[in-house]
Design a protein around this ligand. Sequence first.
Ligand code: PPE
Length: 304
Amino acid sequence: MEKTKKIWMDGKFVNWDDANVHILTHTLHYGLGVFEGIRCYRCDDGRSAVFRLKEHTDRLFESAHIMLIEIPFTRDAINKAILETLKINDMKEGYIRPIVFLGDGSMGILPKNNPVRVAIAAWPWGVYLGEEALKNGIRIKVSTYARHHVNSMMTKAKVTGHYVNSILAKREAIADGYDEALLLDTEGYVSEGSGENIFIVKNGLLKTTPLTSNLKGITRDSVMRIAKDKGLEVKEERFTRDELYIADEAFFTGTAAELTPIREADRRTIGQGKPGPVTKTIQETFFNIVKGKEKKYEGWLAYV
Ligand code: PPE
Protein backbone atom coordinates (compact mmCIF):
# COMPACT_ATOMS: atom_id res chain seq x y z
CA MET A 1 0.00 0.00 0.00
CA GLU A 2 1.02 3.56 -0.64
CA LYS A 3 2.00 5.48 2.51
CA THR A 4 0.89 9.02 3.21
CA LYS A 5 2.62 11.50 5.51
CA LYS A 6 0.50 11.77 8.63
CA ILE A 7 -2.02 9.81 10.65
CA TRP A 8 -4.38 11.44 13.15
CA MET A 9 -4.10 9.70 16.52
CA ASP A 10 -6.03 10.65 19.64
CA GLY A 11 -6.34 14.28 18.65
CA LYS A 12 -3.03 15.03 16.97
CA PHE A 13 -1.08 14.20 13.85
CA VAL A 14 1.87 11.82 13.97
CA ASN A 15 4.13 10.61 11.19
CA TRP A 16 2.89 7.52 9.34
CA ASP A 17 5.75 5.39 10.69
CA ASP A 18 5.18 6.56 14.27
CA ALA A 19 1.49 5.61 14.40
CA ASN A 20 2.19 2.55 16.56
CA VAL A 21 0.46 0.85 19.49
CA HIS A 22 1.56 -1.36 22.40
CA ILE A 23 1.46 -5.13 21.89
CA LEU A 24 -1.01 -5.44 24.77
CA THR A 25 -3.58 -3.28 23.00
CA HIS A 26 -6.87 -4.89 24.07
CA THR A 27 -8.46 -4.79 20.61
CA LEU A 28 -5.50 -6.66 19.11
CA HIS A 29 -6.18 -9.60 21.41
CA TYR A 30 -9.97 -9.72 21.57
CA GLY A 31 -11.24 -7.90 18.47
CA LEU A 32 -13.49 -5.28 20.04
CA GLY A 33 -12.93 -2.17 17.97
CA VAL A 34 -15.14 -0.25 15.54
CA PHE A 35 -14.14 1.32 12.27
CA GLU A 36 -15.26 2.97 9.05
CA GLY A 37 -14.25 2.91 5.42
CA ILE A 38 -14.86 6.15 3.56
CA ARG A 39 -13.92 7.37 0.10
CA CYS A 40 -12.89 10.77 -1.11
CA TYR A 41 -13.15 11.55 -4.83
CA ARG A 42 -11.55 14.14 -7.08
CA CYS A 43 -14.37 16.13 -8.61
CA ASP A 44 -14.50 17.39 -12.16
CA ASP A 45 -14.13 21.01 -11.00
CA GLY A 46 -10.76 20.20 -9.37
CA ARG A 47 -12.10 20.15 -5.82
CA SER A 48 -12.27 17.01 -3.83
CA ALA A 49 -15.16 15.64 -1.81
CA VAL A 50 -15.78 13.01 0.83
CA PHE A 51 -18.80 10.87 -0.02
CA ARG A 52 -21.47 10.86 2.71
CA LEU A 53 -19.08 11.82 5.49
CA LYS A 54 -21.85 12.53 8.00
CA GLU A 55 -23.45 9.12 7.51
CA HIS A 56 -20.12 7.35 7.96
CA THR A 57 -19.32 9.25 11.15
CA ASP A 58 -22.83 8.61 12.43
CA ARG A 59 -22.40 4.89 11.77
CA LEU A 60 -19.05 4.92 13.59
CA PHE A 61 -20.78 6.36 16.66
CA GLU A 62 -23.67 3.90 16.31
CA SER A 63 -21.20 1.01 16.10
CA ALA A 64 -19.54 2.26 19.28
CA HIS A 65 -22.92 2.70 20.99
CA ILE A 66 -23.93 -0.89 20.18
CA MET A 67 -20.59 -2.12 21.54
CA LEU A 68 -20.74 0.03 24.70
CA ILE A 69 -17.68 2.02 23.69
CA GLU A 70 -17.65 5.71 24.48
CA ILE A 71 -15.76 7.69 21.87
CA PRO A 72 -13.87 10.51 23.62
CA PHE A 73 -14.53 12.98 20.76
CA THR A 74 -17.66 14.60 19.35
CA ARG A 75 -18.99 13.74 15.91
CA ASP A 76 -18.04 17.23 14.74
CA ALA A 77 -14.48 16.74 15.93
CA ILE A 78 -14.22 13.45 14.03
CA ASN A 79 -15.68 14.97 10.85
CA LYS A 80 -13.20 17.81 11.10
CA ALA A 81 -10.29 15.44 11.79
CA ILE A 82 -11.17 13.38 8.69
CA LEU A 83 -11.11 16.45 6.46
CA GLU A 84 -7.87 17.62 8.07
CA THR A 85 -6.25 14.23 7.52
CA LEU A 86 -6.93 14.59 3.80
CA LYS A 87 -5.63 18.16 3.73
CA ILE A 88 -2.42 17.52 5.64
CA ASN A 89 -1.63 14.61 3.32
CA ASP A 90 -2.48 16.58 0.16
CA MET A 91 -4.85 13.81 -0.78
CA LYS A 92 -7.22 14.57 -3.61
CA GLU A 93 -8.76 11.13 -3.62
CA GLY A 94 -8.47 7.89 -1.72
CA TYR A 95 -9.69 5.86 1.19
CA ILE A 96 -10.13 6.97 4.80
CA ARG A 97 -10.06 4.54 7.71
CA PRO A 98 -11.15 5.84 11.11
CA ILE A 99 -10.78 3.24 13.87
CA VAL A 100 -11.80 3.28 17.52
CA PHE A 101 -10.03 0.72 19.68
CA LEU A 102 -9.30 -0.20 23.26
CA GLY A 103 -5.72 0.50 24.21
CA ASP A 104 -3.46 -1.29 26.65
CA GLY A 105 -3.85 -1.16 30.42
CA SER A 106 -5.42 -4.38 31.55
CA MET A 107 -5.67 -7.82 30.02
CA GLY A 108 -8.49 -10.34 30.18
CA ILE A 109 -11.78 -10.36 28.31
CA LEU A 110 -13.42 -7.70 30.44
CA PRO A 111 -12.11 -4.32 29.32
CA LYS A 112 -11.51 -2.33 32.50
CA ASN A 113 -9.94 1.06 32.32
CA ASN A 114 -8.34 0.54 28.96
CA PRO A 115 -8.34 3.88 27.15
CA VAL A 116 -10.64 4.30 24.15
CA ARG A 117 -8.33 5.39 21.39
CA VAL A 118 -9.14 6.86 17.98
CA ALA A 119 -7.06 7.00 14.83
CA ILE A 120 -7.72 8.17 11.28
CA ALA A 121 -5.51 7.05 8.41
CA ALA A 122 -5.94 7.86 4.74
CA TRP A 123 -4.17 6.49 1.69
CA PRO A 124 -4.66 6.13 -2.05
CA TRP A 125 -6.79 3.07 -2.81
CA GLY A 126 -7.81 2.38 -6.39
CA VAL A 127 -10.51 0.06 -7.64
CA TYR A 128 -11.10 -2.61 -4.95
CA LEU A 129 -11.70 -5.61 -7.21
CA GLY A 130 -9.93 -4.22 -10.30
CA GLU A 131 -10.96 -2.03 -13.27
CA GLU A 132 -11.97 -5.18 -15.13
CA ALA A 133 -14.43 -6.03 -12.31
CA LEU A 134 -16.15 -2.65 -12.51
CA LYS A 135 -16.47 -2.91 -16.27
CA ASN A 136 -17.29 -6.55 -16.90
CA GLY A 137 -18.39 -7.93 -13.55
CA ILE A 138 -17.09 -10.61 -11.21
CA ARG A 139 -17.55 -14.29 -10.46
CA ILE A 140 -18.73 -15.08 -6.95
CA LYS A 141 -19.07 -18.16 -4.80
CA VAL A 142 -21.58 -18.89 -2.08
CA SER A 143 -19.42 -19.41 0.96
CA THR A 144 -19.36 -22.52 3.11
CA TYR A 145 -19.18 -20.03 6.03
CA ALA A 146 -22.46 -18.50 7.24
CA ARG A 147 -22.73 -14.81 8.11
CA HIS A 148 -22.95 -14.15 11.84
CA HIS A 149 -26.14 -15.17 13.61
CA VAL A 150 -27.88 -12.01 14.84
CA ASN A 151 -27.46 -13.10 18.44
CA SER A 152 -23.78 -13.92 18.20
CA MET A 153 -22.58 -10.76 16.50
CA MET A 154 -24.44 -7.54 15.90
CA THR A 155 -23.64 -6.63 12.35
CA LYS A 156 -25.15 -3.14 12.37
CA ALA A 157 -21.94 -2.38 14.17
CA LYS A 158 -18.84 -2.36 11.97
CA VAL A 159 -16.61 -4.24 14.39
CA THR A 160 -13.02 -5.32 13.72
CA GLY A 161 -13.59 -8.85 15.09
CA HIS A 162 -16.56 -9.45 12.79
CA TYR A 163 -14.16 -9.47 9.87
CA VAL A 164 -12.60 -12.82 10.73
CA ASN A 165 -15.78 -14.27 9.20
CA SER A 166 -15.23 -12.15 6.07
CA ILE A 167 -11.57 -13.19 5.80
CA LEU A 168 -12.47 -16.89 6.02
CA ALA A 169 -15.05 -16.49 3.27
CA LYS A 170 -12.85 -14.31 1.06
CA ARG A 171 -9.83 -16.63 1.31
CA GLU A 172 -11.96 -19.63 0.45
CA ALA A 173 -13.47 -17.86 -2.58
CA ILE A 174 -10.07 -16.73 -3.89
CA ALA A 175 -8.48 -20.16 -3.31
CA ASP A 176 -11.34 -21.72 -5.27
CA GLY A 177 -10.73 -19.37 -8.21
CA TYR A 178 -13.55 -16.85 -7.63
CA ASP A 179 -13.32 -13.09 -7.19
CA GLU A 180 -15.50 -12.68 -4.11
CA ALA A 181 -17.59 -14.59 -1.58
CA LEU A 182 -21.32 -14.35 -0.92
CA LEU A 183 -22.35 -15.32 2.59
CA LEU A 184 -25.75 -16.72 3.48
CA ASP A 185 -27.32 -16.13 6.89
CA THR A 186 -27.74 -18.94 9.41
CA GLU A 187 -31.18 -19.72 7.97
CA GLY A 188 -29.77 -20.06 4.47
CA TYR A 189 -30.95 -16.78 2.94
CA VAL A 190 -28.57 -14.46 1.10
CA SER A 191 -26.88 -12.02 3.47
CA GLU A 192 -23.94 -10.13 1.90
CA GLY A 193 -20.47 -10.30 0.41
CA SER A 194 -17.30 -10.34 2.51
CA GLY A 195 -17.30 -6.54 2.33
CA GLU A 196 -20.33 -5.63 0.21
CA ASN A 197 -24.12 -5.57 0.17
CA ILE A 198 -25.89 -7.29 -2.71
CA PHE A 199 -28.68 -6.32 -5.13
CA ILE A 200 -30.46 -8.43 -7.72
CA VAL A 201 -32.65 -7.26 -10.61
CA LYS A 202 -35.52 -9.29 -12.09
CA ASN A 203 -37.98 -7.93 -14.64
CA GLY A 204 -36.90 -4.38 -13.81
CA LEU A 205 -37.49 -4.78 -10.06
CA LEU A 206 -34.56 -4.38 -7.68
CA LYS A 207 -34.20 -6.43 -4.55
CA THR A 208 -31.72 -6.17 -1.71
CA THR A 209 -31.53 -8.10 1.52
CA PRO A 210 -33.18 -6.56 4.59
CA LEU A 211 -30.91 -5.33 7.39
CA THR A 212 -30.63 -8.38 9.61
CA SER A 213 -27.27 -10.16 9.53
CA ASN A 214 -25.60 -7.64 7.22
CA LEU A 215 -24.05 -4.21 7.47
CA LYS A 216 -26.27 -1.17 6.94
CA GLY A 217 -24.30 -0.13 3.90
CA ILE A 218 -24.13 3.51 2.96
CA THR A 219 -23.57 2.64 -0.69
CA ARG A 220 -26.62 0.35 -0.44
CA ASP A 221 -28.66 3.28 0.85
CA SER A 222 -27.33 5.54 -1.93
CA VAL A 223 -28.17 2.98 -4.62
CA MET A 224 -31.71 2.60 -3.26
CA ARG A 225 -32.18 6.37 -3.51
CA ILE A 226 -30.69 6.55 -7.01
CA ALA A 227 -32.88 3.67 -8.22
CA LYS A 228 -36.06 5.19 -6.77
CA ASP A 229 -35.20 8.56 -8.32
CA LYS A 230 -34.98 6.76 -11.67
CA GLY A 231 -38.49 5.43 -11.12
CA LEU A 232 -37.34 1.90 -10.36
CA GLU A 233 -38.95 -0.13 -7.62
CA VAL A 234 -36.68 -1.41 -4.85
CA LYS A 235 -37.71 -4.08 -2.38
CA GLU A 236 -35.87 -4.97 0.82
CA GLU A 237 -36.73 -8.62 1.03
CA ARG A 238 -35.06 -11.91 1.83
CA PHE A 239 -34.10 -14.03 -1.14
CA THR A 240 -32.45 -17.37 -1.72
CA ARG A 241 -29.35 -18.35 -3.65
CA ASP A 242 -31.41 -19.80 -6.52
CA GLU A 243 -33.24 -16.48 -6.89
CA LEU A 244 -29.81 -14.96 -7.47
CA TYR A 245 -28.97 -17.66 -10.05
CA ILE A 246 -32.05 -16.75 -12.13
CA ALA A 247 -31.80 -12.97 -11.70
CA ASP A 248 -31.43 -10.82 -14.82
CA GLU A 249 -28.69 -8.78 -13.15
CA ALA A 250 -26.84 -8.68 -9.84
CA PHE A 251 -24.29 -6.36 -8.28
CA PHE A 252 -22.38 -5.67 -5.08
CA THR A 253 -22.20 -2.29 -3.36
CA GLY A 254 -19.65 -0.97 -0.89
CA THR A 255 -17.37 1.97 -0.25
CA ALA A 256 -14.33 0.01 -1.37
CA ALA A 257 -16.15 -2.09 -4.03
CA GLU A 258 -18.28 0.88 -5.20
CA LEU A 259 -20.80 -0.71 -7.57
CA THR A 260 -19.39 -3.99 -8.88
CA PRO A 261 -21.49 -6.05 -11.31
CA ILE A 262 -21.75 -9.81 -10.71
CA ARG A 263 -21.61 -11.86 -13.90
CA GLU A 264 -21.52 -15.38 -12.47
CA ALA A 265 -22.46 -17.12 -9.22
CA ASP A 266 -21.45 -20.72 -8.46
CA ARG A 267 -20.77 -21.38 -12.16
CA ARG A 268 -24.22 -20.12 -13.19
CA THR A 269 -24.18 -17.18 -15.59
CA ILE A 270 -26.25 -14.26 -14.29
CA GLY A 271 -28.46 -12.87 -17.05
CA GLN A 272 -26.37 -12.18 -20.14
CA GLY A 273 -23.10 -12.72 -18.26
CA LYS A 274 -22.25 -9.04 -18.42
CA PRO A 275 -23.45 -5.88 -16.65
CA GLY A 276 -27.11 -5.30 -17.55
CA PRO A 277 -28.91 -2.01 -18.28
CA VAL A 278 -30.16 -1.35 -14.72
CA THR A 279 -26.72 -2.03 -13.22
CA LYS A 280 -25.06 0.18 -15.82
CA THR A 281 -27.36 3.16 -15.41
CA ILE A 282 -27.12 3.11 -11.60
CA GLN A 283 -23.35 2.63 -11.73
CA GLU A 284 -22.96 5.54 -14.12
CA THR A 285 -25.10 7.83 -11.98
CA PHE A 286 -23.22 6.75 -8.83
CA PHE A 287 -19.86 7.69 -10.36
CA ASN A 288 -21.27 11.00 -11.61
CA ILE A 289 -22.57 11.79 -8.12
CA VAL A 290 -19.30 11.08 -6.29
CA LYS A 291 -17.47 13.28 -8.80
CA GLY A 292 -19.85 16.18 -8.18
CA LYS A 293 -21.56 16.00 -11.57
CA GLU A 294 -25.11 15.57 -10.25
CA LYS A 295 -26.22 18.75 -8.51
CA LYS A 296 -29.31 17.02 -7.08
CA TYR A 297 -27.09 14.90 -4.82
CA GLU A 298 -24.68 17.65 -3.73
CA GLY A 299 -25.84 17.14 -0.16
CA TRP A 300 -23.95 13.82 -0.13
CA LEU A 301 -20.61 15.53 -0.69
CA ALA A 302 -18.41 17.15 1.95
CA TYR A 303 -15.84 19.23 0.09
CA VAL A 304 -12.33 19.10 1.53
N1 PPE B 1 -21.00 -5.31 4.18
C1 PPE B 1 -19.80 -5.46 4.76
C2 PPE B 1 -19.53 -6.70 5.53
C3 PPE B 1 -18.83 -4.47 4.60
O1 PPE B 1 -17.64 -4.64 5.18
C4 PPE B 1 -19.11 -3.32 3.83
C5 PPE B 1 -18.07 -2.27 3.64
C6 PPE B 1 -20.40 -3.20 3.25
C7 PPE B 1 -21.32 -4.21 3.46
C8 PPE B 1 -20.81 -1.98 2.47
O2 PPE B 1 -20.97 -0.86 3.32
P1 PPE B 1 -20.73 0.62 2.79
O3 PPE B 1 -19.26 0.78 2.58
O4 PPE B 1 -21.25 1.49 3.87
O5 PPE B 1 -21.49 0.77 1.53
N2 PPE B 1 -16.74 -2.76 3.61
C9 PPE B 1 -15.63 -1.88 3.84
C10 PPE B 1 -14.35 -2.64 4.08
C11 PPE B 1 -13.62 -3.18 2.89
C12 PPE B 1 -12.23 -3.66 3.24
O6 PPE B 1 -11.71 -4.54 2.51
O7 PPE B 1 -11.63 -3.15 4.19
C13 PPE B 1 -15.53 -0.84 2.77
O8 PPE B 1 -16.06 -1.01 1.67
O9 PPE B 1 -14.93 0.20 3.03
